[in-house]
Design a binder for this molecule. Sequence first.
Ligand code: 9WN
Length: 441
Amino acid sequence: MDEYNFNKKEKRVFKQAKDVLEKNWKGRYTVPSLTLYPHQWSWDSAFIAIGNAHINQYRAQDELLSLFEGQWKNGMVPHTVYRTKKSYFPPPEFWNIDLSPDAPNMRTSGITHPPVHAIAAYHVFQNAQDKNSAIFFLKQIYPKLLKFHNYLMTTRDPEKTGLVTIFHPWESGFDNSVRWDDTLSKIEIKEVPEYTRTDLDRVGTEERPSDFFYDRYVYLIELLKECHYNEEKIYDLTPFKIKDVVFSSILYMANKSLFKIAEIIGQNCDEINSWQNKTEKNYYHYFCCDSDNEHLVYDYDISTKQRIEKRTTASLMSIFTDLLDKEKVQNILSWMKHSHICKQNCVHNHSLITSIAVQDEEFNPLNYWRGPVWININWMLIKGLLNYGFYDEAKKLKDAIIDLADEHGFFEYYNPLTGEGLGINEFSWSAALTIDLLCHS
Ligand code: 9WN
């Protein structure tokens, strides 16, 4: 697209990214991957809409509206909406969501996902060529978004902190991150039903979560079912209830977008304001250790009443919000450098932020959320850097993503030491967010 003055490499990457989204488009929604993830995933759809906003406004709108067809009666947006009979573990029957009076009339999972959707919806409006259609879309999606945020701010926040409690590692989107290791390891499993993983036929074992963690994922699903998905019961019984710092940071920014949408379509924003006030009051109190002067943020485990002090990309996420004091941004920047790929080990000229620091003893360059580079997380950090005026640092990360995509394709995640693609190729959000970076930042 000439209007963006792309150079040759950018043109090439842009075209390849568009091709991935085209291939994975299913008429009203996009699969994250044709083989590994053949249904609709919640935060994936939001990231995909952010990319499509630049190339196909109507697809971006449909992507979000179709996802919300799976919304539960209590407002929860499920993390997966099953669209076909294609094999994936867990299949829809495994969730047995009809146990809940809140279940929708569709096949979905029984847990939620980070709420990127209001950010995506506002972004679609901002970039829309057809503003009438975009306003009509905002009017359709706004009550659904409001209901979702209300669910997160009430049912998922009984402590009234403005911070969200998750009940399953998959709700975080960072499934087997070291952030969840201690809590999961303490779970003594009495019994799990027999199940067959479908991921290991499609991706190497060393790149995916271990069976130890899968058993615990399944155990926690069984517990949700036992509680008939009633959040009060779950809260009382579950060993996994964590105030997730990334989820809560995203919700804070999503509430800002929701506020802007409300203004555009002439709705009252008082409730959103009151949510924001709560988050502002409690964010550092729950997530930051005042004493250590590191200015990193950590998840908070409700059961142990302790922060989970693992240094991962999640610890940098305050930069994505604008809750970080200007004078503390420098600290986060230096941590970003600490987490960077070691240049001497790297085949690229540039560095990206890894899921945990390369120097960390738990760092694993191949395994899922335990070391590799993820494009969505780097995209969030870039947005934060831009917001705080660090244009050069943001550009370095953006250029590194374009190089990575050009040299290796749109993989799910990447080995930070070699740049090699991991997980599945032709992964939708990697393509979509690269399109956004090319067109925007
Ligand atoms: C479980 C679809 C999803 C992403 C998650 C990522 C992965 C699923 C899985 O794929 O999770 O929901 O099977 O591993 O961790 O962030 O939304 O792309």
